[in-house]
Design a protein around this ligand. Sequence first.
Ligand SMILES: Cc1cc2nc3c(=O)[nH]c(=O)nc-3n(C[C@H](O)[C@H](O)[C@H](O)COP(=O)(O)OP(=O)(O)OC[C@H]3O[C@@H](n4cnc5c(N)ncnc54)[C@H](O)[C@@H]3O)c2cc1C
Length: 394
Amino acid sequence: MTLADNRVQAAGQCLPSYDVLVVGGGVLGLWGAVEAARRGAKVLLADAGRIGQGASFGLVGALMPHMPDKWNQKKQFQFDALVSLEHEVVALEAATGLSAGYRRTGRLVPLPKPHLRDIALRHSADAEAAWQVQGGRFHWHVLDRPPVDGFVAPETGACGFVFDTLAARASPRRVTALLAAWLRQQPNVTLLEDTGVIRLDDHAGEALLSDGERVRFAHALVASGHRAFGALAEIVGPLEKPLGQPVKGQSALLAADLDPAFPVLFFGGLYVIVHENGHVAIGSTSEDQFADAFACDGQLDALIDKARSIVPALADAPVIERWAGLRPKAIGRDPLVGPLPDHPRIIALAGGFKVSFGIAHLLAKAALAAVEGKAPDVPESFLPESHIALARRP
Ligand SMILES: Cc1cc2nc3c(=O)[nH]c(=O)nc-3n(C[C@H](O)[C@H](O)[C@H](O)COP(=O)(O)OP(=O)(O)OC[C@H]3O[C@@H](n4cnc5c(N)ncnc54)[C@H](O)[C@@H]3O)c2cc1C
């Protein structure tokens, strides 16, 4: 990629010009901008609101592997992402002096029924076969007792516990702050807030911004969270179904003096994550139907009660924040990443649904491969073609 001229003549007018326009400053758009900037591109990232304050403004921050059985490309992609993320975080932390609140804590899953232990033992063997990296660094242990005291009530795992050593956690808000801080250090990057991209004309390579300005771009990464589905569909043309939908999630932050080295706890859909600084995150609901996208209600109270019952140290812990957001779920359930068919300037970078924070850096590398005219190195099910085919079915 070569750096384009700062200003080009378009229809007799001088417009600011960028190699890469990033639409949206959530965790995906921020990583997209980082990867573009690392390649020397001139980057404009425009967010309709505040950077990092869409779905990425969450509290939970679980970075979780897939089950290690029936290994496939998608599981390998997520595995590679979870292995490589810590190095990426270390590099950005060193450059900015900020912390992402990242720690490879592992994950603890109580096993309440005997058949779950049998499955866990099979998964343990599967993980030994599939998780081959750095001399077998990561494991799927099946234990009789929790590996740490003072955290989960031992009776929660009547038939034992899975303890995997691959999972990690990070603070979502710190991650986006870290990425934004690194981007602000780069002379080839411009960040705009409260400035939406309201139209992308890929033939002209021109975008209209909500402040009335127009900019030129060589490539645009569409990373506007759940809003990306509509924006991409406008470019693709008529479809039978939307390319994706928002799924509401509610979560909470409690104050409790627990050891930040405690593993991520996952039990029956509930995450309890001990972060740094005496913060414990609890999440989350998953709601396809909702009246108010950003309201918290009794469903969250039920999750908090459940967390208090399985982690006794949370019994009296005060709730310091309740938060709800809209996860972007693509029609194929997998991320939606890569150039749009017949519109190679427009590159989707969306649909991370529940796992964006663990894989965003690799999705961004794939998006930038597309900018460079190479095939993005992602499973086929992630590519726009796959999602569009589903959306075209009546
Ligand atoms: C309760 C909850 C818990 C979660 N827990 C986890 C977890 O534990 N682990 C995990 O990995 N993931 C988790 N997720 C999912 C994760 O937060 C999302 O998948 C991720 O934040 C999506 O990032 P994004 O960049 O695609 O979208 P967003 O963060 O929503 O960013 C999109 C941005 O685009 C901007 N935008 C929209 N339209 C335009 C436009 N026209 N022009 C310019 N900008 C625009 C928005 O203002 C926004 O800032 C959770 C989500 C929720 C709601």
